[in-house]
Design a protein. Structure first.
Length: 104
């Protein structure tokens, strides 16, 4: 027997960025670099939306290309250290809220 299903998983992702991202100049530089190396975005919120999608697929404690390392929320004390792309760009929480299964 062979069957095919479409599974939709709904997750909520909360992102707390390193304090350096509160600086509008830093955000503008990030947007420029992202546009030059990954794909076109309009603003920093678009980058965070991309990060949320990557985190939802790959879970926390991952390196997100074009953004940097995200940590699980329980390790958000890393955000108090000096910013590096390899260790502490953001702390994230991922909650799975619901899923749907549909036979195709």
């Amino acid at each position: 027997m062979k069957k095919k299903f479409r599974v939709t998983i709904i997750k909520t992702v909360e992102i707390e960025t390193h304090p350096i991202y509160d600086n509008p100049e830093f955000q503008a530089n990030e947007v420029k670099e992202f546009n030059d190396s990954i794909f076109k975005v309009d603003d920093f919120d678009d980058i965070l939306e991309y990060v949320a999608g990557q985190v939802a697929r790959n879970e926390d404690n991952a390196f997100v290309e074009g953004f940097g390392r995200v940590q699980p929320e329980w390790n958000k004390s890393a955000l108090l250290k000096d910013h590096t792309y390899n260790s502490n760009c953001a702390a994230v929480t991922v909650d799975e809220e619901d899923f749907e299964v549909e036979e195709l």
